[in-house]
Design a protein around this ligand. Structure first.
Ligand SMILES: N#Cc1ccc(Nc2nc(N)cc(-n3ccc(CO)n3)n2)cc1
Length: 272
């Protein structure tokens, strides 16, 4: 799990540097290394909102300088700055929380499906859909019927493919290419996580057994909620072209919410 370290950035915006399209902030980067706190003065250059069109040359300049190092060349850090999402990664949240209701989980699943639908319409494959990459911006409060709100995080630097079984679609192990259908497979795996309280599927298996899981065309253990288990197995079909479209996924999720499962099992979700 990613440890969230403290990085303090003081907002000392100076005027736009002469002829450049950035705001300059001065800050300090604090690192804890073997118990010792190291503080490094840093300067942040933020691309001016009105000059977003220059982002390519902005990144080009940064990446050029970060590829080489020499004592008389400026040191440029590789950093991604994101909006801080209040409640962090969903997998940890689900592991910590005891009374998350079925409708809460369905709401989160629908929001993820909407995000995937948006990416599908833009023909963008995310490539790393999993509960760890779902960030909880709002917890939602059962008493005030306030619903949760999630944000899909960046795909991150992809880990070793075997470690990403069963989130990474099987065909990716051969083609090493991420297509839209791959995200459907990962969606199924993430649904399984959400309805198993953040427990990682196949977590006990070592990489060899994970590889065999795909070689034997195995499926994850089915949830007791059959309609949901059906949706998961539709998404996690070994033939990519057979996986459902996002619209179909959303339609099936919507029908689930009104299904009698919730009424039948409402007792599961009553506060203890
Ligand atoms: N306790 C606690 C706590 C931890 C983190 C956040 N917030 C946050 N904001 C983001 N933008 C990204 C992340 N991530 C965390 C793991 C990953 C994996 O990629 N991202 N966490 C809020 C509370």
């Amino acid at each position: 799990t990613t440890q969230v370290k403290q990085l303090s950035i003081s907002l000392q915006s100076e005027s736009l540097g002469q002829g450049s399209f950035t705001h300059i902030f001065r800050g300090s980067k604090t690192d804890q290394r073997d118990g010792v706190t190291h503080s490094t003065e840093v300067l942040l250059k933020v691309l001016d909102a009105n000059h977003k069109n220059c982002w390519e040359s902005f990144f080009e300049a940064a990446s050029l300088m970060s590829q080489i190092s020499h004592k008389h060349l400026l040191l440029v850090y590789d950093i991604m700055v994101q909006e801080f999402v209040k409640h962090g990664a969903l997998d940890l949240y689900l592991k910590k929380s005891t009374s998350v209701s079925v409708s809460w989980k369905l709401d989160v699943a629908k929001q993820l499906a909407c995000a995937l639908n948006f990416l599908e319409e833009k023909n963008i494959a995310h490539g790393n859909i999993c509960a760890k990459n779902l960030l909880l911006a709002r917890e939602g409060d059962p008493s005030t019927d306030n619903s949760p709100f999630i944000k899909l995080s960046d795909p991150g630097i992809s880990m070793a493919l075997l470690d990403r079984i069963p989130w990474v679609a099987p065909e990716v192990l051969n083609t090493l290419e991420i297509e839209l259908e791959c995200d459907k497979w990962s969606f199924g795996s993430t649904l399984w996580e959400i309805f198993n309280n953040g427990e990682a599927p196949l977590q006990g298996l070592d990489p060899i057994h994970k590889q065999q899981f795909y070689e034997h065309f195995s499926n994850l253990p089915a949830l007791e909620w059959t309609e949901l288990a059906d949706l998961i197995s539709q998404c996690m079909q070994y033939q990519p072209e057979l996986r459902p479209s996002c619209r179909s996924i959303i339609r099936q999720l919507n029908s689930l919410i009104t299904s009698d499962y919730e009424i039948l099992h409402a007792s599961d979700t009553l506060p203890k």
